[in-house]
Design a protein around this ligand. Structure first.
Ligand SMILES: [Ca+2]
Length: 164
């Protein structure tokens, strides 16, 4: 998905009814086709982050902004996975710093545990993206409690250090 034409085609396929907007469930299915399996809550979170006009769906322009973020996250993942297909927790920590996020240890391990489905310290791309979406949302949120409300399983959000 490098250029605007390819992205436009992709977007129009997802928006099969031609509404000009895609919903979180549509985006979730489309990403799953590309082997990225996200819980709906995570896709809703990423949609909210880039739903600039707050109408609950993604226009093409909003989708481009989301895609830019996803590309950046994927790029860092590719740099650090070294052909293994996953990141160790140390790699995730380094990756988050590369992306400009800083977490203290308790928050970091809680967030990782919440997203590392296998619980083996092997974080796959979709899990890593989920972590980044969560941390990015927390940074955007005016009140961390909003994020807690949206992503209710996290208990250590109070320890998040949000840095720019
Ligand atoms: Ca929108």
């Amino acid at each position: 998905m490098e250029n605007a034409v390819v992205l436009r085609e992709w977007f129009d396929r997802v928006d099969a009814a031609g509404t000009g907007n895609i919903t979180a469930p549509q985006l979730q299915s489309a990403l799953a086709v590309g082997n990225l399996d996200f819980p709906l809550s995570v896709v809703q979170q990423m949609t909210r982050m880039y739903d600039f006009d707050r109408n609950g769906t993604m226009s093409f322009e909003e989708f481009l902004a989301l895609n830019k973020f996803l590309q950046k996250v994927q790029g860092v993942f590719s740099t650090l996975e070294r052909g293994r297909g996953f990141l160790s927790l140390e790699d995730v920590y380094e990756a988050l710093i590369k992306l400009g996020f800083s977490l203290d240890s308790p928050a970091f391990y809680t967030v990782c545990e919440s997203f590392d489905k296998s619980k083996k310290g092997m974080v796959r791309l979709d899990e890593f993206i989920s972590i980044c979406i969560f941390v990015q949302s927390a940074r955007y949120a005016q009140h961390v409690s909003d994020v807690l409300f949206n992503v209710s399983q996290y208990t250590a959000v109070g320890h998040l250090l949000l840095c720019n």
